[in-house]
Design a protein around this ligand. Structure first.
Ligand code: HEC
Ligand code: HEC
Ligand code: HEC
Ligand code: HEC
Length: 202
């Protein structure tokens, strides 16, 4: 879903047919012309393409929420992660969950932030121009039982399995799988009951 967050047909319709025309008519919502892309096409947003070319142009906006975006985030600004308030430091250093990972094509550095729910909250909490939370997935998590147990978004949406991060890398017992299943996957919603039972929640 995230790898196509700019190119999905529904995202294209909502942005080009609804958001842009509204933004051009009503000064109160003018900011969404750029703002939608902070989360849906973050690399082109950071580079200043407003509005970005349509998906058919195959521009950098089509990268959507990409490897390089997530792996060059170092934190967030302010008190509450929301509305793409993440700190992006693009460059040769790619941040990841482990110390000492060696790659021939870039430097690596460990980041605890990447393993935190706050990281996801920078896009999975959204306040609209009227000050209303229109999406509060991370805030809901924070008020619920899992935050108290220390269970992060990653623990459920990226499960961990034996494997290698790269063909020349060492075999590891617990590689984070970039599955990001959500409500679009019926199997995920079913196996979740099992996860809950194994982890002692109801
Ligand atoms: C740069 C912004 C950004 C960040 C950071 C981000 N997401 Fe997302 N995520 C999105 C967008 C945008 C979508 C919606 C894609 C669409 O509908 O086209 C999405 C969709 C998803 C979905 C799919 C939901 C479904 O309906 O199936 C899951 C699951 C998800 N994100 C989990 C996470 C988790 C877990 C993290 C943190 C490790 C995270 N996201 C970090 C922007 C982000
Ligand atoms: C703060 C980050 C953020 C901003 C800003 C944002 N979105 Fe999203 N959007 C998301 C995330 C995250 C999801 C996935 C939500 C989920 O599945 O819980 C999403 C989902 C969507 C979806 C799919 C809805 C569905 O039912 O599957 C559309 C369409 C969409 N966004 C369009 C837009 C448009 C147009 C704008 C600007 C007016 C916008 N978004 C602004 C983060 C954002
Ligand atoms: C205990 C496991 C668990 C944790 C922790 C968790 N999720 Fe989920 N998440 C799920 C399950 C299961 C679903 C599917 C729910 C359904 O379809 O009824 C889901 C659904 C979603 C969806 C899709 C919603 C939609 O309407 O399409 C998104 C996006 C998401 N989670 C993001 C997050 C983020 C961000 C966090 C951390 C702030 C998080 N989740 C924490 C288990 C979890
Ligand atoms: C939505 C954000 C997001 C995107 C997109 C993303 N990653 Fe990750 N990645 C993460 C997070 C979060 C972790 C750490 C999870 C943890 O350990 O809790 C991670 C972990 C990793 C790791 C280390 C895994 C381990 O357990 O040692 C590698 C390697 C990696 N990602 C590479 C990639 C590549 C390559 C892509 C693109 C194909 C990519 N990532 C896309 C968020 C992302």
């Amino acid at each position: 879903m995230m790898s196509q967050s700019y190119t999905h047909h529904w995202d294209e319709i909502e942005y080009f047919k609804l958001a842009i025309p509204h933004a051009e008519k009503d000064p109160k919502v003018a900011g969404v012309k750029a703002g939608c892309n902070g989360c849906h096409a973050p690399i082109s947003f950071l580079a200043g393409d407003v509005p970005p070319p349509k998906p058919e142009a195959n521009s950098r906006a089509n990268e959507s929420v990409s490897c390089d975006l997530c792996h060059t985030v170092t934190g967030f600004k302010g008190d509450v992660p929301h509305n793409f308030n993440l700190v992006s430091e693009p460059g040769r250093v790619k941040y990841g969950p482990r110390d000492g990972a060696v790659s021939p094509s870039h430097e690596t550095r460990k980041s605890d932030f990447l393993k935190s729910a706050d990281f996801c909250g920078t896009c999975h909490n959204e306040k609209d121009p009227y000050g209303i939370w229109v999406k509060s997935t991370h805030l809901e998590w924070k008020e619920g039982p899992y935050a108290k147990q220390g269970v992060q978004c990653q623990d459920c949406h990226m499960t961990f399995a034996k494997g290698r991060n790269a063909s020349m890398g060492p075999e590891l017992p617990d590689v984070a799988q970039h599955l990001f299943h959500g409500a679009h996957d019926p199997a995920f919603t079913q196996t979740f009951g099992k996860w809950n039972r194994q982890n002692g929640s109801s």
